[in-house]
Design a protein around this ligand. Sequence first.
Ligand SMILES: *Cc1c(COP(=O)(O)O)cnc(C)c1O
Length: 473
Amino acid sequence: MKYSSTRGGAPVVGFEEALLAGLATDGGLYVPQSWPGLSHDEIKALAGLPYAELALKVITPFVGADFSRSELQAMLADAYDGFTHKAIAPMVQLDSNDFLLELFHGPTLAFKDFAMQLLARLMDKALANKGRRATIVGATSGDTGGAAIEAFRGRDNIDVFILHPHNKVTEVQRRQMTTPSEGNVHNIALEGNFDDCQHLLKALFNNHDLRDELQLAGVNSINWARIVGQIPYYFAAATALGAPHREVAFCVPSGNLGDIFAGFVAHKMGLPVGKLVIATNVNDILARTLETGRYETKGAVATDSPSMDIQVSSNFERLLFELSDHDSQWLKSFMDDFAQNGVGILGDQVHDKFKKRFAAHRLDDAGTGQTIARLQAQSGYIADPHTAVGLGVAAMMRAQGEIAASMPLVTLSTAHPAKFPDAVERATGEKPFQPETIVAQKELPERFTVLENDFDVVAEHIKKRARVLTACS
Ligand SMILES: *Cc1c(COP(=O)(O)O)cnc(C)c1O
């Protein structure tokens, strides 16, 4: 499998290079040159397989010859080994045709573990094969950082620097990042919001000298391997509910669109997916874009679902590339317009295609709290606020007839409620149950450095600490 940049100005690379590079050299995102297809029978045969076996079948075509089948098989088994539920991605039934896909049984209690646990193993192996070191720099609105640090802590060939917005993540999220004591883990609390973190990250990667000097590698969902790690659970859920004979719709609490883009890829591979529903909080750039065809940033505000407090959605670029039939030139001018004026216009053709496959809606904090309370009253089930945004929007889709009553609708549960105890307590009147790992982290010392939102300050901080530069060889 070969990968090219959405902006058409970077060399075509294999999986391993796309994995290590993250962002392409022309500022675009890597996408496969064609979509591998699974036949009706192949999809049928996935039903009921153990999760790691299903994942192997779904992921293999993306990896090509860069890792052997047995290497990939071992990495997948190992990646899911730290999950606390044997099904890895179990489903809960809420109504005749409404389901919740629980993606929070990994070590940091959010769906990001699915991709990150695999990514860390792939990167470590790729670097070891090349006898190289790398410096990982990532930006987080809360969950990516914890998942990355958990996956990369103590790895010999990799240093990990994570930027999080100072005072804008929950205590549980912060402790997951700041309590690992390994020397290769570095936390930067940036004085700014998540979009500032993401902006600074892009600037680091776009500085080619720095990028080469530090051997920068990205773990945000701009990294193609992150998307790959999230495709299998769409197949697992849909085949459990009757695919490929039956279409299944998904509702996905969204920010950077990495998660739902994986569902779009599953559809491209042949999975019969009904509507893909983008659920956002009041940071609703995607819902507005679907409605109006104008991609226009308004600045992020803090909500009870902080991992979705995003106004510039990095994977939207991959989606636009697809919806425009791989028109790099159009995409480049769209992204340039957006960068310069804060507005990009989809145009009728792309907008129509967007509306055909996707639906979108927003839910504010009050609606999110009501959704948590209602579900608890009905069934005793406690959902986290991100999941509740999804459930509230899913209910709207049913009510509006956007998704037929006969079609199964799976809402992705992206985090464990214990990660967001304050919002859950406000909605239900009680703190959610705290798993053992969270309790243990309260006793551990924290390490992080507060830095101003300034390129040079952050770059210097990283250069002083990255072993790529400091280790004598
Ligand atoms: C990251 C995250 C999301 C948003 O996922 P995207 O891939 O960025 O759209 C939603 N919920 C939780 C809990 C998250 O951590």
